[in-house]
Design a protein around this ligand. Structure first.
Ligand code: IMP
Length: 448
């Protein structure tokens, strides 16, 4: 095995929406292969390239660079309708010219219309207790995978297997939809015929991506694994039950793409310079008043997938430290630093107070986290970052703020983003240089 695989995973270090799309897009330029390994079209990456906005839900962000291979690996759940629409839209713009530019694992599980209907109906019935899902059928599709009744794309491509599995599933789902959820049932024929047609259109992309990745990594290719959602939405390590239905930590790369642990080089965490979350669930540093509104407005904090307004709050170092530990993050990319310009003081949550005690980690209990009061440190603010292109041009207070994040989380800041455009990015330390063997330290950056 190669000692230093040139592979890198990018992980969301908060509740998703950290700006991974932009960073992945930047790193994709330096990669040969870009891989999605968990989640589905609950993700939405907004990319601004050449002044044009593109939102991608399933196809890895690397698609906007010609000559790269994009892989949707086995850990992803795929809505074939959404994927086909995305492929068609990309092709109209001149991307994905060759079938081999996009590879889909034979083993991906499909999101079918009944998954979406179940997701939406359950949320409606939960009322106030709803999770705030994206309504895309993600949870119900992963449930079927674990219950061993899921339909994979390889099943869709074998007519008899698809017929058998779909009819067995519909029997159970229709009974559940009708009698428990009070919804309409689905007809077999409509789904069978239309999904067979879609399957045939996707067929040229379907491959054994586990073997493909193994081979390419061992031959020295640069591979970028693109995480979706974020650590606090991880089904095991997040704010359960207000989480998504997959693992979002770096360990998910192995099961989710079928590569061995030794083949992953480095892990980069993405975090905003403040915190946001969509959907329900505890959020200790949430700001309800004017500052929260200001962050939402200046940060344009509205979901790329659902358009929902995001909840906003101060940077929570306890959360990011949790992400650094769980994913072994060797570095951080800090996004949207420019949004904090003009706020003074800037607050960083360094621990939580719960009753008489102070805790420095994320408690597992939903109520315990909901009760946790942030312990803040105040840092002096800074002015506009609009003309900042290099590290030395960052105001001293901005650099101090970044240094403090490194000290509190144990991960050096490698990239800083100060705007939506590709050009508004300061690369302190090229992640692929350390992915290729350079030893990253966890020392503070000493940025000033
Ligand atoms: P689901 O993944 O649609 O089941 O939604 C479960 C939770 O994860 C909800 O709180 C969603 O808002 C959240 N979620 C899912 N995907 C994303 C994402 O890409 N960014 C931010 N939140 C997400």
């Amino acid at each position: 095995m190669r000692r230093d695989p040139k592979t890198l995973v990018v992980i969301g270090a908060q509740w998703g929406d950290e700006g991974k799309g932009k960073i992945v897009d930047l790193l994709a330029e330096r990669s040969d292969i870009i891989v999605r390994f968990q989640g589905g079209n609950n993700a939405g990456h907004t990319l601004v390239v050449g002044g044009e906005k593109t939102v991608l839900h399933l196809v890895p962000s690397g698609v906007l660079h010609h000559g790269k291979t994009c892989v949707i690996a086995n850990g992803v759940v795929v809505d074939p309708l959404v994927l086909l629409d995305e492929i068609d839209a990309l092709r109209r713009r001149g991307f994905l010219a060759r079938d081999e530019d996009l590879r889909i694992s034979e083993q991906v599980h499909l999101i079918l219309p009944y998954h979406k209907a179940i997701d939406l109906a359950r949320e409606r019935l939960r009322g106030q207790g709803r999770i705030g899902t994206t309504g895309r059928g993600i949870g119900p599709a992963y449930e079927d995978k674990m219950a061993r009744i899921g339909i994979r794309i390889v099943d869709l491509l074998e007519e008899d297997t698809f017929r058998e599995k779909l009819s067995a599933n519909l029997e159970e789902k229709n009974a559940y939809l009708r009698s428990i959820l009070g919804e309409d049932a689905f007809a077999f024929d409509g789904i069978f015929e239309s999904y067979r047609t879609i399957g045939e259109r996707l067929r040229p992309h379907v491959a054994d991506t586990s073997r493909l990745l193994d081979r390419e990594i061992r031959s020295g290719k640069r591979v970028l694994f693109e995480g979706a959602q974020g650590t606090m939405l991880d089904v095991d390590h997040g704010t359960y039950p207000f989480v998504t239905s997959s693992n979002c930590v770096s360990g998910a790369v192995f099961a989710g793409s079928g590569i061995a642990p030794g083949l992953l080089g480095r892990s980069l965490g993405i975090t905003k310079a403040y915190t946001t979350r969509v959907g329900s669930g505890p959020f200790p540093t949430e700001l309800d008043g004017a500052i929260g509104d200001r962050l939402r407005r200046d940060g344009d904090e509205y979901g790329a997938t659902t358009g929902r307004a995001r909840r906003c709050g101060w940077f929570d170092a306890v959360v990011v430290r949790h992400a650094v530990r769980l994913s072994g993050l060797d570095g951080l990319a800090i996004t949207k630093l420019d949004v904090l310009a003009g706020l003074d003081p800037l607050r960083i949550c360094v621990a939580y107070r719960s009753g008489e005690s102070t805790i420095d980690h994320v408690p597992a209990g939903t109520r315990a986290l909901a009760r946790a009061e942030p312990v803040y440190e105040d840092w002096p603010g800074f002015g506009s970052l609009s003309s900042v292109g290099r590290l030395e041009e960052l105001p001293a207070n901005a650099r101090r703020y970044l240094d403090r994040i490194t000290e509190l989380t144990g991960a050096p800041v490698r990239i800083v983003s100060v705007g939506a455009r590709r050009e508004d990015t300061i690369v302190i330390d090229d992640p692929f240089a350390w992915a290729a063997g350079a030893k990253p330290g966890c020392e503070p950056n000493n940025l000033h």
